[in-house]
Design a protein around this ligand. Structure first.
Ligand code: C6P
Length: 404
C-alpha cells in the first residue's frame, strides 16, 4: 500500500497552481515529475563538486567521476545487466536507438530484413527507415488489432532467415499496451535476429531484468522515471556492443589518436564521446533509488487501480471513445469525444489547471490505423490520486458542454 499523500510531499511542483487552479498533472507519459530527493542531488553536484569526469587528477574531478560511475552501477543493478560497461549513458531513448541504428549500417546489406511494430513511437521507426535507406535492407511491420494489441501470428509470418533485427516497445506511449516482449524476443532469437526493446514507457512502471529477458538492447530515458531530462541509458549485451562501431567521435571515446590512425576506448567509453550530462547521470541514479524506495510492485498495483477507476469514469461519458483497450495495459488512457478536436479539449483543461497531452503523440501510424488526427491522452503516475481523476472527469464534462 502506498502512502500517496506522503509521497506527494516529495514533489514540490504538485503544490503549484496553473491558471489559478491546483495543478493536476496527467502528462506523465511525456515527462514524469521530479522529487526533491533528485532535485537535491543536482543542486549538490553544482554546489559542491561540479567538474569534468574521467579527466582530472584533482579532487573535484575524482568526486564527480566516482558519483557518475556509482550511478552507472545503480543502473546496472536495477536492470540486472551482467557488467557495468554494458550500460551506456545516452541523452535519452532517441539517442540510444540512433546509436544502435547507426552501428548496424556496417552490418546490414541489401536483402536483409528488419521488423518493427505498428505500435512504435517515431523514435523507434525513423532511425530504422534511415538505416534501410543506407543499407538497402527492408522494413516489415507487425500489425496491430482494433484493441491496440500486436497480432503475433502475423509476426510469425514475417520472421525468416533474412530477419536481422527486431524493434519493439515494451509499452506503447499512445495506447498504454504492454507488449508480450518475452515472446517477441524468443521468436526473434529463433531466427537469429537481434532485438532492441524501447523501454521509454515501461521503465517508470516495470523493473525489467535484461538478462532474464535475454534482450540484446534495451533503451530508456531518465525523465520518464522521476529523473532529469537529457539523460538515459542504452543497455547492450557485451558481444553486440563490441561488434558495433562507435557512434560519435571525440574526446573520451579514444584509446590513442594520431593523424594516421585512432584506436577506440573500451566499453562503455567507446560510445560516450564528449563531456556527458554529468549531473543528469548522477541524478538518474538517484531517481532509480527513489523509485525503488517506493517499490515497483506497489507502483504497478496502485497505478492499475487509477487506470481502472479512470476508465470506469470516462466510459460513462456519452460519445467518449477510448483507443487502446488491450488486456495488458498500463496507466495511459487515450480518448476522443465525438467529433470534438483533442486540442480544444486540452486547451480548456489547461485553463482548469489540468495537464494532458493532445495530438498524435509521435505515433502517427497508430492514429492512421484508427483514422483520427490524434487523441487526448491522460497518463497517471503513483503520485496521482482518485480525487484528481474526479476533478479531471468533471472538468472534461464542462469542456464537452462548452464545445458541443
Ligand atoms: N514519448 C510521449 O509523450 P526521448 O524523447 O528520447 O526521451 O523518448 C522518446 C520516446 C521513445 N519511445 C517511446 C515509447 C516514447 O514514449 C518516447 C517519448 C513522449 O509519449 C514524448 S514524445
Amino acid at each position: 500500500m502506498l502512502n500517496v499523500s506522503e509521497i506527494r510531499k516529495d514533489f514540490p511542483i504538485l503544490n503549484r497552481k496553473v491558471n489559478g487552479k491546483p495543478l493536476i498533472y496527467f502528462d506523465n507519459a511525456a515527462t514524469s515529475q521530479t522529487p526533491q530527493q533528485v532535485i537535491d542531488v543536482i543542486v549538490d553536484y553544482y554546489s559542491n563538486y561540479n567538474a569534468n569526469i574521467h579527466r582530472g587528477v584533482h579532487s573535484l574531478s575524482q568526486e564527480a567521476t566516482d558519483a557518475y560511475e556509482q550511478a552507472r552501477l545503480k543502473i546496472q543493478k536495477h536492470f540486472n545487466a551482467k557488467h557495468p560497461y554494458e550500460v551506456i549513458f545516452t541523452s535519452g531513448t532517441t539517442h540510444g536507438i540512433n546509436l544502435v541504428a547507426n552501428g548496424f549500417s556496417s552490418l546490414l546489406k541489401k536483402g536483409d530484413e528488419i521488423i518493427v511494430s505498428a505500435l512504435e513511437h517515431h523514435s523507434n521507426i525513423v532511425p530504422w527507415q534511415m538505416l534501410c535507406e543506407r543499407t538497402g535492407a527492408s522494413l516489415k511491420v507487425i500489425p496491430m488489432n482494433e484493441s491496440g494489441e500486436l497480432i503475433l501470428s502475423k509476426y510469425d509470418t514475417l520472421l525468416n532467415e533474412n530477419t536481422k533485427l527486431v524493434f519493439v516497445n515494451h509499452i506503447s506511449n499512445a495506447l498504454g499496451t504492454i507488449n508480450p516482449i518475452e515472446t517477441i524476443i524468443e521468436k526473434a532469437h529463433k531466427v537469429g535476429a537481434a532485438i532492441l526493446v524501447d523501454g521509454a514507457q515501461s521503465c517508470p512502471h516495470i523493473k525489467p531484468d535484461v538478462q532474464k529477458l535475454d534482450v540484446d538492447f534495451y533503451v530508456c530515458s531518465a525523465h520518464k522515471l522521476c529523473g532529469p531530462t537529457g539523460v538515459g541509458m542504452l543497455y547492450g549485451k557485451e558481444d553486440w556492443l563490441k561488434k558495433l562501431p562507435p557512434y560519435q567521435g571525440g574526446g573520451e571515446m579514444i584509446a590513442e589518436v594520431t593523424f594516421e590512425k585512432t584506436t577506440y576506448a573500451d566499453l562503455p567509453h567507446k560510445f560516450e564521446a564528449g563531456t556527458p550530462n554529468i549531473s543528469g547521470g548522477i541524478a538518474f541514479g538517484a531517481a532509480i533509488d527513489y523509485m525503488n524506495s517506493i517499490g515497483f510492485d506497489n507502483i504497478a498495483a496502485y497505478e492499475h487501480e487509477l487506470l481502472d477507476y479512470a476508465t470506469q469514469q470516462l466510459q460513462q461519458i456519452e460519445g467518449l471513445k477510448i483507443y487502446g483497450t488491450a488486456k495488458e495495459k498500463t496507466s495511459v488512457i487515450s480518448f476522443n469525444v465525438g467529433t470534438i478536436h483533442p486540442y480544444d479539449v486540452g486547451t480548456i483543461l489547461d485553463k482548469m489547471g489540468i495537464a494532458v497531452r493532445t495530438g498524435h503523440h509521435c505515433a502517427q501510424p497508430i492514429m492512421d490505423f484508427y483514422k483520427i488526427p490524434g487523441t487526448i491522452r491522460a497518463s497517471f503516475m503513483f503520485y496521482n490520486t482518485k480525487e484528481e481523476i474526479d476533478t479531471f472527469v468533471a472538468a472534461l464534462k464542462k469542456a464537452i458542454m462548452m464545445l458541443s
